[in-house]
Design a protein around this ligand. Structure first.
Ligand code: SF4
Ligand code: SF4
Ligand code: SF4
Length: 482
C-alpha cells in the first residue's frame, strides 16, 4: 500500500519502507515536513503523481485551508510569509498545516501575490442564479478601506457608497455587522458583570476574533473557560438574520442566501465551526473590490444608500470594533452604564491608553469605587506572557481583549494591500476614520442603539436570557491534539 502527501505528493511506499503506515506513531513528510495526517491512501490503479516544487522558506498550505490560497507558480521562496507568520502569530515554521489560523497576515506581505484570500464569490452568484434573495452585512473595518482601490485616502469613511455598490451588485437587503457588534457587547458586558459579581472565572477574554479562538483551542485549552461564551459579531448577526429578521420580513430560509463582507480571511474558517450557523458565505473586501472592477462599476458615480432597517444600525462603540481597543472601549461604555446608569463619555474617563498602537495596553477604570483592570492585545505573538500568567492563576486583570491582526481588523488579511513600508500608516489612517465616525454619531454605546433596544423588547428579552443563549452564545473545544 502507498500513501501520498497531499501537500507535496511525496509517496510513502510500505513495501519499500518495510513498515505499515498505520503502525507509524509519528511521521513527518521528509519533503515538506507536514504531519502524518496530511497523507492519504493511494489507489493502486492510479499512477504516481509528479512531485510538486518544494519551497524551503515559504509557509506550507493545504488546499483545504479555508482562508488562504497559494499559487505556487508565483512563489519566489522569499520567506516573507514565514517571517510574518512568526512575527504576528508566534506560530513556528514547520507547524502542522492544520494549525494555520487562516488569518491571512502572510498575504499582506507576500510580494508576488502568490498568497491570496480564498474566493467565494461563485457561491454568491450561484445563489443569485437560483433566484435566492441576497442578504449581506458589512464589517466596520471595510467602510474605511474600500475607497483605497478607487483613489480615496485610507480611512475615508464611505458607508453610503459601500451600501450603494452592494445594492448595484444584486444584494436585496444590506445590513450592518456593526449591529452584530453591538449585540456582542450587550451580551459580553452582561456576562462580565455576572462573572464579577458571582466569583466567576476571571479575567474574561474576548472571543470575537476566530484566529485567536482557534489559537486558544490549540495552544491554551486549559484556559478556555476564560473566553467569553459570546459568538463573534458575524456569528450573532447571522443567527439573528436567520431567525428574527426572516420572521419580521416574512421570508423563508430557503429563499435567501446570507453573505458577510469582511476584512478577515479567518471568518471563512469560522463558518466551518458547527457552533456558528446563519452565514452562508464570507467574502473579503478584496474580493468585493475585484467584483466591482469586473462589473466595470464606476465607484465614484455610485449613488449613496443607507442600510436597511432592523439589523442595520450600529453605535459608535460598534464601529470601533474594527480597531484594536475598540471592543474593550465599547464594553466599558456598556459596563459603566450598567453600574451607574450614566454614560462613560460624560464621566470623562481617559481611555487614551487603550486607543494607542502599542501591542499590549492596559488601563484601570474605576466604576462605583471598584477598580476594573483591563488589557488589550493585538498581535497574538505578544499575548504569550499574559496567557502564561492566566494559566498560572496570577493574572491581575478582569477583562482582556485579544485580536490576532496588527491594528485589529483594520489590518485583517482580507484588506487591500499596500507597500510593506506603508502598512502601519495605512492601518493608523483606517483607525482614525473609525474613531472620527464614533465622534459623529449620537448613540455612542450599544445600549443606546434603538435597534438593539427593539430586538431585546421583541425577541431576546434581556442579555444572557435563555433565548439569547440559544442564539448568541457558543462553546469551545480542546484542539491541542486534533
Ligand atoms: S511571501 Fe509569497 S513569494 Fe515569498 S515565500 Fe511566501 S508565498 Fe512565496
Ligand atoms: S494564514 Fe496566518 S497562521 Fe496561517 S500561515 Fe498565514 S500568517 Fe500564519
Ligand atoms: S483581528 Fe479581525 S481581521 Fe484579524 S483575524 Fe481577528 S477578526 Fe479577523
Amino acid at each position: 500500500m502507498k500513501y501520498r502527501c497531499k501537500i507535496c505528493n511525496y509517496i510513502y511506499d510500505e513495501e519499500k519502507e518495510g513498515k505499515k503506515f498505520s503502525e507509524l506513531s509519528h511521521f513527518t513528510c521528509p519533503m515538506c515536513f507536514v504531519d502524518k495526517v496530511m497523507f492519504e491512501r493511494m489507489d493502486d490503479d492510479i499512477p504516481y503523481p509528479e512531485s510538486k516544487k518544494i519551497f524551503k522558506n515559504a509557509v506550507v498550505f493545504s488546499d483545504e485551508n479555508k482562508g488562504v490560497e497559494k499559487d505556487d507558480s508565483k512563489c519566489i521562496d522569499c520567506g516573507l510569509c514565514k517571517e510574518t507568520c512568526n512575527r504576528v502569530t508566534g506560530l513556528d515554521f514547520g507547524m502542522r498545516v492544520e494549525e494555520c489560523l487562516a488569518c491571512g497576515q502572510c498575504i499582506i506581505t507576500c510580494p508576488t501575490f502568490s498568497l491570496m484570500p480564498k474566493k467565494d464569490k461563485s457561491k454568491v452568484l450561484k445563489a443569485l442564479e437560483e433566484g435566492k434573495k441576497l442578504i449581506c452585512y458589512t464589517s466596520p473595518a471595510i467602510r474605511v478601506s474600500i475607497g483605497e482601490a478607487f483613489g480615496y485616502e485610507p480611512g475615508t469613511f464611505l458607508k453610503e457608497k459601500l451600501v450603494g455598490v452592494l445594492r448595484k451588485l444584486g444584494f436585496t437587503y444590506v445590513l450592518d455587522t456593526t449591529f452584530g457588534a453591538d449585540l456582542t457587547i450587550m451580551e459580553e458586558s452582561a456576562e462580565l458583570k455576572h462573572r464579577l459579581e458571582n466569583q466567576g472565572v476571571l479575567p474574561m477574554i474576548t472571543s470575537c476574533c476566530p484566529a485567536w479562538v482557534k489559537y486558544a483551542e490549540m495552544k491554551y485549552p486549559e484556559i478556555l473557560d476564560h473566553l467569553s461564551t459570546c459568538k463573534s459579531p458575524i456569528g450573532m448577526q447571522g443567527a439573528m438574520v436567520k431567525s428574527y429578521y426572516l420572521e419580521k420580513m416574512g421570508l423563508k430560509e430557503d429563499e435567501v442566501f446570507t453573505v458577510a463582507i469582511t476584512p478577515c480571511t479567518a471568518k471563512k474558517f469560522e463558518l466551518a465551526r458547527v457552533e456558528i450557523e446563519g452565514t452562508d458565505a464570507v467574502i473579503t473586501i478584496r474580493e468585493l473590490i475585484d467584483w466591482i472592477k469586473e462589473e466595470q462599476i464606476d465607484f465614484d458615480q455610485i449613488e449613496g444608500s443607507n442600510f436597511d432597517d432592523l439589523l442595520g444600525e450600529g453605535s459608535g462603540g460598534g464601529t470601533l470594533f474594527g480597531s484594536t481597543g475598540g471592543v474593550m472601549e465599547s464594553a466599558l461604555r456598556n459596563l459603566y452604564h450598567m453600574y451607574t446608569n450614566e454614560s462613560l463619555e460624560k464621566a470623562n474617563i481617559d481611555l487614551s491608553d487603550i486607543r494607542s498602537y502599542d501591542n499590549v495596553k492596559e488601563a484601570t477604570v474605576t466604576i462605583n469605587n471598584k477598580d476594573v483592570r483591563v488589557a488589550v492585545i493585538h498581535k497574538l505573538s505578544a499575548a504569550k506572557p499574559i496567557l502564561e500568567e492566566i494559566k498560572a492563576g496570577t493574572s491581575p486583570y478582569h477583562f482582556i481583549e485579544i485580536m490576532n491582526c496588527e491594528g485589529g481588523c483594520v489590518g485583517g488579511g482580507g484588506q487591500p494591500v499596500h507597500q510593506a513600508e506603508e502598512e502601519t500608516e495605512v492601518k493608523e489612517k483606517r483607525r482614525k476614520g473609525l474613531y472620527h465616525r464614533d465622534k459623529e454619531v449620537t448613540a455612542k454605546a450599544p445600549y443606546e442603539n434603538p435597534e438593539i433596544q427593539k430586538i431585546y423588547q421583541e425577541f431576546l428579552i434581556t442579555p444572557n436570557s435563555e433565548i439569547a443563549h440559544k442564539y448568541l452564545h457558543t462553546s469551545y473545544t480542546n484542539r491541542r491534539d486534533a
